[in-house]
Design a protein around this ligand. Structure first.
Ligand SMILES: Cc1cc2nc3c(=O)[nH]c(=O)nc-3n(C[C@H](O)[C@H](O)[C@H](O)COP(=O)(O)OP(=O)(O)OC[C@H]3O[C@@H](n4cnc5c(N)ncnc54)[C@H](O)[C@@H]3O)c2cc1C
Ligand code: FES
Length: 271
């Protein structure tokens, strides 16, 4: 059996500039890495370091993995100056992803903020591989400015699916922007879904996750129907060191996807 902790070499086949500070790295690992949407991998460079990222690509495509990475610090600055053809490393996948079986036959509300649309893109690919298995797929996505919106082409393509209802918003508009202006919670109204048979899946910066969850509760989503992708600083990634602990859980092992019900009574979950 393959050792999931052994790094695998992966060639960077393409690099897509998504926004001024976010790039998508298209990687071809030397061995297939099969992941479930929502699980994460450790991506890095020999001698430099590695960090956790959730693949943004279609989990049904085995030969390539795409990671959408925001430049925030030491490692991600170095990743952003890499060029096509570089050999990097991948390990994983780790953790628990989205429980797709639990979503079947339901209305699915997906709420993303900023680079948080990365794992959600992978989820959307997985859902749209079998769109008939779900009722309405409602996507609400917010970014700071129109320039900061990810995956503009995919967003257009998703909107063309019969059961997809998609709205985007920006915090600050420019003259080119014809859509909604305001944080993502401002587009969580008049949702075409049956709350009693719906799940909500949220990924974004901690402040966005907090206010989106509060809004969903106000809309009468139950705590068990809200799924959150939690991020914590990680060290071992193996459920050993405790760096990524939230209450009794280790995010690397028991998450990163949690139902709000599981973590709602833990202090400081928003980081
Ligand atoms: C399970 C999991 C999945 C993740 N998936 C993705 C992903 O798909 N795409 C992605 O871009 N990132 C993702 N991250 C975050 C990513 O791991 C960090 O951005 C990365 O480790 C930062 O490393 P660094 O050395 O560049 O920054 P550091 O030098 O460690 O940090 C520099 C500064 O940036 C801050 N910082 C660190 N992370 C973030 C962040 N995410 N947002 C804002 N500020 C931050 C730190 O607090 C610090 O102040 C994920 C994290 C986890 C735990
Ligand atoms: S990073 Fe999760 S326990 Fe070490």
């Amino acid at each position: 059996m393959k050792n999931p902790y052994q790094p695998i070499e992966a060639i960077i086949e393409d690099i897509i500039l998504e926004t001024p500070n976010i790039k998508t790295f298209v990687l071809r690992p030397k061995e297939y890495i099969e992941f479930q949407t929502g699980q994460f991998v450790e991506f890095g460079l020999a001698g430099v370091g590695e960090a956790p990222f959730t693949p943004s690509s279609n989990p049904n495509v085995k030969e390539k993995i795409e990671l959408t990475i925001m430049k925030v610090g030491r490692l991600t600055n170095k990743l952003h100056i890499l060029e096509k053809g570089t050999i990097a490393t991948l390990r994983g996948p780790y953790g628990k992803g989205y429980p797709l079986d639990e979503f079947k036959g339901k209305d699915i509300l997906i709420v993303g903020g900023g680079v948080g649309l990365a794992p959600l893109r992978s989820l959307i690919y997985a859902l749209l591989a079998h769109p008939q298995d779900y009722k309405n797929i409602i996507i609400r996505y917010g970014a700071r400015t129109p320039q900061d919106l990810l995956y503009k082409k995919e967003i257009l393509a998703w909107s063309n699916f019969k059961n997809v209802n998609l709205v985007t918003t920006v915090d600050t508009a420019d003259n080119s922007w014809k859509g909604n202006v305001g944080v993502v919670t401002t587009i969580l109204k008049d949702l075409p879904l049956n709350i009693k048979n719906a799940v909500a899946i949220v990924c974004g910066p901690p402040i966005m996750m907090k206010f989106t969850t509060l809004k969903l509760l106000e809309l009468r989503f139950s705590p068990e129907s809200i799924y959150l992708s939690m991020e914590r600083n990680m060290s071992c990634g193996l459920g050993k060191c405790g760096h990524c602990r939230i209450g009794k859980y280790y995010v690397c092992r028991d998450g990163p996807v949690f139902r709000y019900e599981e973590i709602m009574n833990i202090a400081d979950i928003w980081g």
